[in-house]
Design a protein around this ligand. Structure first.
Ligand code: MN
Length: 372
């Protein structure tokens, strides 16, 4: 198979949304193709909850139908909806390069990595209800901020609106409250991955984030792809993760190839401004899931766990504008000859991912002016 592949929810001409399997520019209507009852609902949640054997059987049959020339709906005729009801949303901070870059910018006078960073995947609980599907416009948030030289905080439209290039995983099978999931349980609970744009208002974030972490600087919108790429289609893209030093505590240890070799890019105003790869993430997805449940917290069908901004070690591989522009000090050029530090009204951002022949569904969003 070539092109973007994944499961999602679509509708035609205002009809009832239904579950579909996208391959390239076509969508197989699963509800109308003789699949089981989990696939007759206007959301993927029932299918996500059905577990690995059903996931594999449905994927196998869907691929067979598409490759056999079964009728598909042209993607351009489809309205793509949020593919699942997002239960809880967690955002991690798992890129060593990103955490180091941000630490330098936010806390210039101290060690960029805090002492806990190499011992656990740092994360925070985000706002599930404002996760939106690719193509949904993003209204510039208003908020409180205070620049270092200001004598008092102000309230108004964010002046440092940013993106975060991330890879998220989607939980299918829930866990039991009070029971931790070991890293090895990952494949029994997680269905697949989506690209995530964790829009971030840096000015709001910088003023609010201590001592309890990100809040309104992040919660106004988070965009995900309309198509979940099943882990089963990424089998040959699992590679060795970076060496972890010091070795994590036993409950976070897992051997094997758990990094995902997915090439990623960020396009801003028709210009690719960053290229990187998810395989460089320090903390792997099974470790993130194990950490999130290590206190006995349960996961639910539809839980979304995002990696944190994915930045590489090289110039031009950073997954956010605050890094690419050194906090606005070094503007970058875009296609029409203008430059950007942070996002301007009307800017369109597209995130893309490629894992060999399989593309991830893109994540697209355009900035609308702040509302009064
Ligand atoms: Mn983030």
């Amino acid at each position: 198979m070539n092109g973007a592949v994944g499961f999602g929810v679509f509708s035609i001409d205002g009809d009832e949304p239904r579950v579909g399997f996208r391959v390239g520019q076509g969508v197989l209507d699963l509800a109308a193709s003789g699949f089981s009852s989990e696939l007759s609902e206007p959301s993927l949640n029932a299918f996500l909850a059905s577990g690995r054997r059903t996931w594999e059987a449905v994927l196998g049959r869907a691929v067979e139908l598409v490759e056999g020339g079964h009728d598909v709906v042209p993607l351009e005729d489809a309205t793509v909806h949020l593919p699942f009801e997002v239960a809880d949303y967690v955002d991690f901070y798992s890129s060593l390069e990103h955490a180091t870059n941000l630490g330098r910018l936010f806390r210039p006078d101290s060690d960029p990595l805090l002492p806990n960073w190499r011992h656990l995947p740092i994360g925070y609980h985000g706002r599930a209800g404002t996760v939106v599907v690719s193509g949904t416009p993003v209204v510039r948030p208003r908020g409180q901020s205070k620049e270092p030289d200001d004598s008092a905080p102000r309230f108004g439209p964010s002046r440092r609106l940013d993106i975060e290039l991330e890879l998220g995983f989607v939980v299918g099978v829930p866990s039991v409250l009070g029971t931790a999931l070991p890293p090895a349980a990952f494949r029994d609970h997680v269905f697949g991955v989506v690209l995530v744009n964790d829009w971030s208002a840096r000015d709001i974030q910088a003023w609010e984030y201590q001592p309890l972490g990100p809040f309104l600087g992040k919660s106004f919108a988070t965009s995900i792809s309309g198509w979940i790429t099943p882990l089963a289609l990424l089998e040959d893209r699992f590679v060795a993760p970076p060496v972890q030093d010091p070795e994590p505590l036993p409950h976070l240890r897992i051997a094997g190839n758990w990094a995902l070799d997915i090439e990623l890019e960020v396009e801003l105003s028709d210009t690719v401004v960053s290229r990187t790869n998810a395989r460089g993430l320090y903390w792997t997805m099974p470790q993130q899931l194990a950490h999130a449940t290590s206190n006995g917290a349960s996961v639910r069908t539809g839980d979304l766990f995002a990696s944190g901004t994915i930045s590489g070690p090289d110039t031009g591989s950073e997954g956010s504008l605050i890094e690419l522009t050194r906090n606005g000090a070094r503007p970058i050029g875009v296609g029409d000859g203008s430059t950007r530090t942070f996002l301007e009204d009307g800017d369109e951002v597209v995130l893309r991912g490629r894992a060999g022949n399989v593309e991830l569904g893109e994540v697209r969003g355009t900035i609308l002016p702040a509302r009064p």
